[in-house]
Design a protein around this ligand. Structure first.
Ligand SMILES: [Zn+2]
Ligand SMILES: [Zn+2]
Length: 232
């Protein structure tokens, strides 16, 4: 029987003796035989609520690495291989890592704001608008960080400069679309841009390697820079 994966941190969860413990997400006590190696346990109502899991993972982690946070979010069982939820995940992971890296932010408010903003970008915007939703998710996050708006003067262009870089990077390969690939491209650009412009240094993994190729029938294989095909 395959080991379970902790829905909060992605670590392996071994089956143990049933004991009463507090849910990592909501704090309610419940009896479980599944506690991960880092001590997390998540009750059934919480693990079934993707919206709250996204929020709580972003609020309650201390990682400075937005790709690591993004992987946790993308590993939630409710998150599909592709879909507009990625427009929320990328920016949320960035906001979380930005706060954890010393960036000034009211994270709870920022995550709610980003959830609302990203809900306005439909699936397929990459092909239909010429504007990938994962790529603009970074622009939304930076807009929130800077408290930017359409009437600002000095800071007005800054999130668009970031978005122009994420979209350039995403469009450096051919389609079909892949929400994972586009999210990784975006993260690499966003981490660099925020370091250069805001002097907040988040961590970027030495190498991003996609582990979800088998779930993607349209994977472009070795043409994707994050593919493990033919690169060892
Ligand atoms: Zn865990
Ligand atoms: Zn709970």
């Amino acid at each position: 029987m395959p080991a379970d994966i902790c829905p909060f941190c992605n670590e392996t969860t071994e089956k143990g003796t049933p004991t009463e413990t507090a849910c990592t997400i909501c704090g309610k006590r419940f009896v479980t035989d599944k506690v991960c190696s880092k001590g997390h346990a998540v009750c059934l109502p919480c693990s079934s609520n993707a919206d709250e899991m996204i929020r709580q993972i972003c609020l309650k982690n201390d990682s400075k690495n937005p790709v690591e946070i993004l992987e946790r979010l993308m590993s939630l069982p409710q998150i599909p291989m592709h879909g507009p939820v990625h427009h929320r995940l990328v920016g949320s992971a960035l906001l979380s890592a930005y706060r954890n890296s010393g960036g000034e932010l009211d994270l709870e408010y920022a995550l709610d704001d980003l959830k609302w903003r990203s809900s306005n970008v439909p699936g397929g915007a990459c092909g239909e608008w010429g504007c990938c939703g994962a790529g603009v998710s970074a622009g939304m996050a930076l807009g929130i960080i800077l408290d930017n708006g359409p009437m600002e003067r000095e800071k007005w262009p800054i999130p668009m400069r970031l978005t122009s870089r994420t979209l350039a990077s995403i469009s450096s390969v051919h389609g079909p679309r892949c929400c994972k690939r586009d999210s990784y491209f975006t993260m690499v650009e966003a981490i660099k841009f925020i370091s250069e412009n805001l002097s907040v240094d988040m961590e970027l993994p030495e190498k991003i390697v996609c582990t979800r190729r088998s779930n993607n029938r349209q994977c472009i294989g070795s043409d994707c820079p994050f593919s493990d095909i033919g690169k060892d």
